[in-house]
Design a binder for this molecule. Structure first.
Ligand code: GDD
Ligand code: MG
Length: 373
């Protein structure tokens, strides 16, 4: 069976991380996120994969080429203008033969695809949607089922008074190709707001496949960090690379780690990192390749992309730094703060409470410390 992965969104909720890197290519555990989806497909024998791109399409091909390094065959199709989720699939129709899978490109999941496909065949509908349960369905597509598992309604981003189930669209579908006959070519068209409600209105059978497999949409900074923490806590199968130097502390390749560093797992340190004496790298950190952590700095729950520097005595907690960020001395970064690529944060600053710093907006040293001293 073939799969189409939708990777054309702009990832606005994850800016500034997604200003330079499309969301599906953001590093997760120091690997492009999309690799996780490709590996899931491969695990179930799905090796013919079409990537539907729109935003920064060149980044995908530059990294994955024809897919042979990952053991799959990749076909790239780029929209001139984004065509929305279903228009994007219509746009790759000429590559599709027979029943096929569609994936939202920002979902981390451990779904058993073989079971989903078998359920689709058993029920004989035109579409089968993987469903998961969440506490707040209002950020997703709400999918109530009848007793036989048939979908009764599809409500995208419902208001609370419409919430009659906690089952939501998990962003993976098995589709019969004829559903695309209803979709106009070359136009914006949405699965969630047009195709699915339209199929239901016309009485065409669609089924839901609820599963309690691990599931997470990585679309916000909090979820993006959560994905790292969950993998580090082994909630998903993941092959850690490099050497385990202490319990649950993995070092990927050569790194210069002072013997006087305190490191606690689970944590991953990328190749070529340098960690100075008396620094602490505590649990739930992932350091990209070539990061530098200076003396006395303290990191916990911090995700650093490649080539970041953390100045002496700075504290990083639950935050994400894009490539090449330079943090000065005695800086505090915490509470879902996100710092964009190459930003320099001068000494003694505090970045907290979901603050987002855009590339090109360096922050000068703060004088606050001198005022309060
Ligand atoms: N090629 C292409 N073109 N891809 C697109 C386009 C487009 O115009 N627009 C969005 N995508 C891709 C995104 O890259 C993403 O992988 C996927 O389609 C879904 O878009 P999101 O923007 O992430 O949607 P969402 O998270 O708000 O909601 C969707 O996912 C939820 C589950 O995570 C919906 O499918 C919901 O119903 C669902 O519950
Ligand atoms: Mg999403």
């Amino acid at each position: 069976m073939q799969a189409v992965i939708l990777v054309g969104g702009q990832g606005t909720r994850l800016r500034p991380l997604t200003l330079t890197v499309p969301k599906p290519m953001l590093p997760l555990m120091n690997r492009p996120f999309l690799e996780f989806q490709i590996e899931l497909c491969k695990r179930y024998g799905v090796t013919d994969i079409i990537l539907s791109t729109a935003y920064k399409p060149e980044v995908f091909a530059a990294r994955f080429g024809d897919g042979s390094a990952l053991g799959v065959k990749l076909t790239y199709v780029t929209e001139e203008e984004p065509l929305d989720t279903c228009g994007a699939v219509k746009n790759v129709e000429q590559h599709i033969q027979g029943t096929f899978l569609v994936f939202n490109g920002d979902v981390l999941s451990d779904l058993n695809l073989a079971n989903l496909i078998a359920y689709h065949r058993e029920k004989g509908g035109k579409a089968t949607l993987y469903l998961t349960r969440v506490e707040d369905p209002t950020a997703y597509g709400l999918v109530p089922l009848d007793r036989r598992g048939r979908i009764c309604e599809f409500l995208e981003k419902p208001s609370w008074d419409q919430v009659i189930t906690d089952l939501i669209n998990a962003g993976t579908y098995v589709l019969e190709p004829e559903v695309l006959d209803r979709v106009p070519a070359g136009e914006c068209y949405s699965f969630e707001r047009q195709l699915f409600p339209g199929l239901l209105e016309d009485g065409i059978p669609m089924y839901g496949f609820p599963s309690d497999a691990y599931w997470l949409d990585i679309g916000t900074p909090a979820k993006y960090l959560q994905a790292h923490y969950d993998i580090l806590r082994r909630m998903l199968p993941f092959r850690f690379r490099g050497e385990m130097v202490r319990p649950s502390v993995w070092v990927e390749g050569e790194a210069d780690i002072s013997p006087e560093v305190s490191i606690f797992g689970p944590t991953v340190i990328g190749e070529g990192c340098r960690i100075a004496p008396h620094a602490t790298v505590s649990s739930n950190c992932v350091l990209g390749p070539g990061c530098v952590v200076e003396e006395g700095a303290h990191l916990e729950g911090a995700v650093l992309h490649a080539g970041c520097r953390v100045g002496a005595d700075s504290v990083l907690r639950q935050c994400a730094l894009s490539e090449g960020v330079v943090i000065g001395e005695r800086v505090h970064v915490s509470d879902m703060a996100v710092v964009g690529g190459g930003v320099k944060v001068g000494e003694d600053n505090e970045l907290r409470y979901g603050i987002r710093v855009w590339p090109g907006h360096d922050i000068p040293p703060s004088t606050l410390r001198f005022l309060t001293n």
